[in-house]
Design a binder for this molecule. Structure first.
Ligand code: T6T
Length: 323
């Protein structure tokens, strides 16, 4: 009912008088993967910029860890409040399908940001999780391939490396690993990619895993941290082992601490996503839908590579994630 009344208000607003008041009445909820991650904090900054430009409200409701078991009750509470649209980074590509279907069945439009459910191809009539309107994110396979190229170049095209990753089932980090391995297999045959180490988004675990990998492979040449916590942990592990000069660390994500580690030389390169763009265009897509426009089923956002060559450039500052 509330949604119906609001839709009527939007239609009225489109007709002319009272536009500002009716737009004030639109509320979109952004559900991040977790609330304390600089990546999602930056995404929310972009979402708030769009909300301000449009004169609407965006609220930010999430769990404290990246976990579908914790995200589901947060989502259920959001659904119960009945926002006009939900933007969400689903924490598992299969486990979040049914919880999100509950939103869709209640008439709340769903757009996924950063991560996807099912195969990420929405509105094509195929698959259980076809109902979200749009997916707004980085090209994570492409980003994984970029990471592989920087790694291969830094280690001279040969040696042992591994991927420090969160856990299987997360679309983004799965795709980064897939892209990293595909690029190595296709173009760098002398790079051996060892077994992936899964760290449950725990930087301390990622750091201790480096020590264990090194104990088994004293000639380890590099580690790719496939997200912010994996990369922070990989850097800490390499530093703790006194191997900063010998082991290459390539990071996905760009919080201040990783950028600082690029300045000291501990981290060789970071693939910075543009989370503020994801938030901004997520809100714009939801608003477009709520005001009767069609929206693209995918919107791709970019990357900026930060390394020793540009880490001190003024232009780089805007790509460092907010804390
Ligand atoms: O890398 C981002 C995000 O893209 C991924 O889906 C989960 O991890 C981060 O939030 C970084 O911690």
């Amino acid at each position: 009912m509330r949604n119906l009344i609001k839709s009527a208000a939007v239609v009225l607003a489109l007709g002319g008088a009272g536009a500002a008041q009716a737009q004030d009445d639109i509320t979109i909820t952004l559900v991040p993967g977790l609330t304390t991650d600089a990546f999602y904090i930056t995404m929310n900054r972009g979402a708030q910029a769009a909300a301000e430009a449009l004169g609407i409200t965006v609220d930010f409701q999430g769990a404290e860890e990246f976990d579908p078991v914790l995200q589901t009750p947060v989502l259920d509470a959001v659904i119960a409040r009945g926002p006009d649209a939900i933007l969400i980074a689903p924490t598992d590509s299969t486990q979040m399908i049914e919880p999100l279907r509950r939103a869709s069945e209640q008439g709340i439009p769903v757009i996924t940001v950063d991560t996807f459910i099912d195969d990420g191809k929405y509105q094509d009539g195929a698959g259980d999780g076809d109902f979200p309107l749009s997916y707004i994110a980085s090209d994570n396979v492409g980003g994984g391939r970029m990471a592989a190229r920087f790694m291969a170049e830094a280690i001279g095209g040969k040696g042992k490396v591994y991927v420090s990753n969160v856990r299987p089932g997360i679309s983004t980090t799965d795709q980064r690993e897939e892209g990293f391995k595909a690029e190595m297999a296709e173009n760098f045959p002398d790079v051996e990619v060892l077994d992936t180490q899964y760290n449950e988004n725990d930087a301390s675990l990622a750091a201790s895993q480096f020590q264990a990998v090194m104990a088994r492979n004293p000639d380890i040449a590099g580690v790719f941290g496939a997200n912010l916590f994996s990369a922070i942990g990989a850097g800490n592990g390499v530093e703790g082992a006194g191997k900063a000069d010998e082991v290459t660390v390539i990071a996905f994500d760009a919080p201040q601490s990783i950028v600082d580690n690029i300045s000291t030389g501990l981290v060789d390169a970071a693939i910075a996503q543009h989370p503020a763009e994801i938030g901004y265009f997520g809100v714009m897509a939801a608003y477009a839908h709520l005001t009767g426009q069609s929206v693209p089923t995918t919107i791709g956002t970019g990357f900026t590579v930060i390394n020793g060559d540009n880490v001190n450039d003024e232009d780089i500052v805007k790509f460092i994630y907010s804390e």
